[in-house]
Structure formats: C-alpha cells, structure tokens
Ligand binder design. Structure first.
Ligand code: F6P
Length: 331
C-alpha cells in the first residue's frame, strides 16, 4: 500500500501524565520502522506555532520508557485556540514538510488537533491528525482508559497508606484531596484501594450529613478510631470539608492536598504497555491513510475512532464501584 504520510510530528500537550514518554517512544519507533520520518514538537501546540522541534531517531527515545513527565515538554496554549495561532502552526508544518501529527494529551488537545486539520483542509494543505488520550483524570469520553491514570492511582494510594499509619497511631481523621479535575475516577479507585471511610466525587451530589457524619458515626460504632475521607477536587475543597468536620462533628482532622505529586513518577506497567500499543496504533492509522482519529481502549482493545465522533462521546461513570465502596465500609 502506498504510504499516506512521509513525515510526522509528535507532541505532548496539556497536563503531563506518566506514560507520555512511552507513547512518544512508540510513535517514533513505529514511524521509523515504517519508513516515516518523525519530528518531536516541543512544548505542545506552542512548539508548532514557534517552530520549536527536534529530529527524532530510534535512539533519541532510548531509556525514556520508564520516565515520568515528557521529554518533549508540555504546555497549554492559548494562542493555538485562535485561528491566527493555528495559521502560524500550519506554516511550521509546511516548512517542516509535516503531513501528519500525533498529539498526546486530553480532549482539549484533540479539539485543537481537529481545528488545525480543518483549517489545513480549507487551504488544501494535507495534514492528518491522530490523538492519543493521556491524562491522570481518565475523563476522555471515547476511551475506557487514559494513559497515566493507573500510575496516579498508585501514587495516591502509596501516599495515603503513609498517612494512614500516622492517623491510626494518633486516632485521627484524615481528609485527603486528590486530583481529577471534574471527574471522580481517581478519587473512587483510590478510595476503594485504601478502604476509605468516605469518598466524595462530583458525579454524586455531596450530602455532608449522609456522606461524612453518618459514615464516621457508623465507623465509630464499629470500633474504628481513625477515619480516611478522600475528596475529589471536583467535589469540593478538602480544607473546607476539614473545617466542617471540625465545626459540626467536633473532631480535629488533618488535611492533605496531594496535588501535583500525583502527576509524577515512573509509569506503571499498565501505563507503559497501553501507551506503547496506542502509539503503535496511532502511526499505523496514519500509514493506512486514516487521519482525524482518536486512539482509544474499549473492552481492553485498542481502537481508532473518528475525531469528531470521539469528541462528542461520553462514558457512563462507573457508579457500580461506588456501591462496592459503600458495601465494604463498616456499618
Ligand atoms: O488534567 C490533569 C490535572 O492534573 C487535573 O487533575 C488538575 O485539575 C489539573 O490538571 C491541574 O492543572 P495544572 O497543572 O495547570 O495546575
């Protein structure tokens, strides 16, 4: 089959996620193995606007599969949201002879990619784009899984296990805020994994009396003397929850906001393996002349979906996991 692309760019955009490097490695090595040249665009879409790039070869991605962060750097670009910004980016594509872009990031990244390819088409410029979902939030509608989620869960669990030791010794209540933006996946998976007393997520309206006061009361009656409350950042502030616990229940909690520590660290096996398969699939899609795709996992399989359809997709929140959490907490 005739090669659809000759030279592609790969970039990482938005919040970094562990496993992005494994995806960049997979894209680079698959491209080279198929006779396609690969350019690394640095600092997300800003790099395409400013012509900030590096030539990639097979060895430029050696020894990065185990590294957190992204060797290409990342950014959230305001300029790229504008038509003149994308015009500059298209100029860079022309200059470099890029006919394909693989963008690793979240749905904001994919929206940018789609706008770019549409703008290219208006000028008769050939530019195929493919998105790879990578975010610790696991909040991409078309994909059951996003690169980085598993590592972030493991990092949060490790931190909370440490907190539990000191909470248990002092018979205290801990309120821990985890990331996730508007989604509660991270909080719920972590909450189940640490055996939390209660988990607050944005997908379930918070009722302080039911979710906190009752949960602590039941745990106390069951003989528990330390409590672990996990709060998704999208469900509220751990500081505010801690204050309410102090004022309304009369116990003196300790509040921890895990913050960006959840985005760092060496990617888990699951994230490396998923990123490798997605990166491979992204390039194979371009080589097969299939552009404007988002790579996704569905029932464990890696698939590609039309980008516009992918951006309109939503996934039902896994509320059955909340039932598991409740069933396993002490009553
Ligand atoms: O989307 C990833 C994420 O870490 C969210 O969980 C969080 O809300 C946000 O990014 C933080 O963004 P920033 O790195 O700009 O502080």
């Amino acid at each position: 089959m005739e090669k659809a692309v000759k030279r592609i760019g790969v970039l990482t955009s938005g919040g970094d996620a562990p496993g992005m490097n494994a995806a960049v490695r997979a894209v680079t090595r698959t491209a080279i193995s198929r006779g396609v040249e690969c350019i690394g665009i640095r600092r997300g879409w800003n790099g395409l606007i400013n012509g900030d790039f590096i030539q990639m070869d097979a060895s430029s991605v050696s020894h990065i599969i185990h590294k957190g962060g992204t060797i290409l750097y990342t950014a959230r670009s305001e300029e790229f949201k504008t038509a003149p910004g994308r015009e500059k980016a298209l100029g860079t594509c022309k200059l470099l002879g890029l006919d394909g872009i693989v963008a690793v990031g979240g749905d904001g990244t994919f929206r940018g990619a789609l706008a770019l390819s549409r703008q290219a088409a208006e000028h008769g410029q050939s530019l195929q784009v493919v998105g790879i979902p990578a975010t610790i939030d696991n909040d991409i509608g078309c994909s059951h899984y996003t690169i980085g989620f598993d590592t972030a869960c493991n990092t949060a669990v490790e931190c909370i296990d440490k907190l539990r030791d000191t909470m248990q010794s002092h018979e205290r209540c801990s309120v821990v805020e985890v990331m996730g933006r508007h989604a509660g996946y991270l909080a719920l998976y972590v909450g189940i994994s640490v055996g939390a007393t209660a988990v607050l997520i944005p997908e379930r309206p918070v009722d302080f009396q039911r979710d906190i006061v009752e949960a602590i009361r039941k745990a106390r009656l069951a003989g528990v003397t330390h409590f672990m409350i996990v709060v998704a950042e999208g469900a509220g502030s751990a500081v505010d929850i801690g204050k309410r616990i102090h004022d309304e229940i009369g116990i003196d909690p300790r509040v921890t906001v895990l913050g960006h520590i959840q985005r760092g660290g060496s990617p888990s096996s699951r994230d490396r393996e998923t990123a490798s398969r997605m990166g491979y699939h992204a390039v194979m899609s371009l080589v097969a002349n299939k552009g404007n795709r988002v790579i996704a996992t569905q029932e464990g399989r890696v698939v590609d979906i039309d980008m516009e359809e992918a951006l309109a997709m939503t996934k039902p929140f896994q509320m059955d996991r909340y039932d598991v959490l409740e069933a396993l907490s002490l009553h």
